[in-house]
Design a protein around this ligand. Structure first.
Ligand code: NAD
Length: 353
């Protein structure tokens, strides 16, 4: 297969297909860039319609990690992995072991961690085959489940966006629509609720949605219509691609700020949001808490305040992006991408000297 012709290829350094018949593992590991350091990004376990969809997903996610790690100030490049399940197939431990062996073969070009569908237990299995893994729950530098830290970054980002748009950083009484109450969405709802926000939620997992509604006193909306409900903030925390020319027309919120990766259908949708006077906080910026948490483990940092300090820096970066966006009249997404690209380019030039 010629990956280079794929529309989402975008100069990836390495794309590896993994096929392990014994464990029935089928995976793709994509390394977009190692300019700033070894590539780091989670492993998504998902049942894709076909291999083309899986390839598109991993390439877009991997490139997104280059931007995320760069804007978060990390000396890490961008990479990602997807494990492709057949319809009805469940992940297994042998599968995770085979995935660990595949990561090990990359000799440190790529560090894996949790993403949608993978857990700290899965990463513990991966760890038996490779040291290039983060998000472990045991060990001297173990960083554990990244979701609470991701949620915290998103929560701080929502507060910042509210300060910029509504001139208030307190959320009491504001209506926030949270799409997806999985790992990150759940923690986010906890924080939003504790700060007095009113919640409207959706999840295609109806049991989880009902539990969340009971726990947080939230209203439930149809998963296909959540983006269009009357609210102040729309927080996509499920899968990507929810911000398209069609959905943007229907959004009533003045702020879109959530954890999901690759929220934009395409890059130009960021300008559509900007033109519609909707503040979209770039996904790869607002959801960087999880990789900051994993980076502490990868970089073997013992200072227990490090992640909290990095979250504060991330919030400052968000404000810089919003300021530049206002001054240049470009979308925050464009500005954040430019800032990330400039950092990678400076590192490339420095290495070439
Ligand atoms: P998760 O799988 O735990 O939760 C996702 C939830 O969304 C699930 O409950 C699922 O049922 C629901 N969902 C799926 N499609 C939906 C739809 N159309 N409408 C409503 N709900 C839907 O995943 P997570 O770890 O919470 O991650 C959520 C998003 O945040 C993903 O896009 C992930 O890539 C991104 N992200 C996660 C982290 C992290 O630390 N976990 C870090 C950065 C980015």
């Amino acid at each position: 297969m010629d990956f280079t012709a794929h529309p989402d290829f975008c100069g990836h350094e390495k794309v590896v297909f993994v096929d392990d018949p014994a464990s029935e593992l089928k995976a793709i590991i994509a390394v977009h860039s190692t300019t700033l350091g070894p590539a780091a990004g989670g492993c998504r376990i998902w049942s894709y319609r076909n291999q083309t969809d899986a390839l598109s997903d991993v390439l877009r996610l991997s490139r997104g990690m280059t931007y995320k790690n760069a804007i978060a100030g990390l000396d890490l490049g961008g990479g990602k992995a997807v494990i492709m399940l057949r319809d009805g197939q469940q992940k297994t431990k042998p599968m995770m072991l085979a995935f660990g062996r595949a990561v090990e073969k990359l000799e440190g070009d790529y560090y894996t961690a949790e993403d949608v569908g993978s857990t700290t237990e899965d990463m513990a299995a991966v760890r038996t085959q490779t040291s290039y893994v983060a998000g472990l729950s045991e060990g001297k530098y173990a960083s554990g489940n990244p979701s609470p830290v991701t949620a915290r970054g998103v929560f701080e980002g929502i507060k910042l966006a509210c300060a910029n748009v509504f001139d208030r950083s307190e959320l009491d009484g504001l209506r926030v629509a949270v799409q997806g109450v999985g790992h990150v969405g759940w923690y986010l709802c906890e924080m939003l609720r504790a700060s007095g926000a009113q919640l409207i939620i959706s999840d295609v997992n109806h049991d989880r949605c009902r539990s969340a509604a009971e726990r947080f006193g939230a209203d439930i909306a149809d998963p296909n219509r959540l983006h269009a409900v009357e609210c102040d903030v729309y927080a996509p925390c499920a899968l990507g691609g929810t911000l398209t020319s069609n959905s943007i027309e229907e959004i009533k919120a003045k702020i879109v700020a959530g954890a999901a990766n690759n929220q934009l259908g395409c890059e130009s949708d960021a300008e559509l949001l900007h033109g519609a006077d909707i503040l979209y906080v770039p996904d790869f910026l607002i959801n960087a808490g999880g990789i900051l948490n994993a980076a502490r483990e990868i970089k073997k940092i013992t200072n227990s305040d490090w992640v909290e300090d990095q979250i504060s820096t991330l919030v400052n970066t968000m404000q810089k992006v919003l300021d530049r966006s206002r001054i240049e009249n470009r979308s925050p997404h464009y500005v954040a991408m430019k800032m990330a690209e400039d950092r990678v380019e400076a590192a490339r030039l420095a290495a070439a000297e």
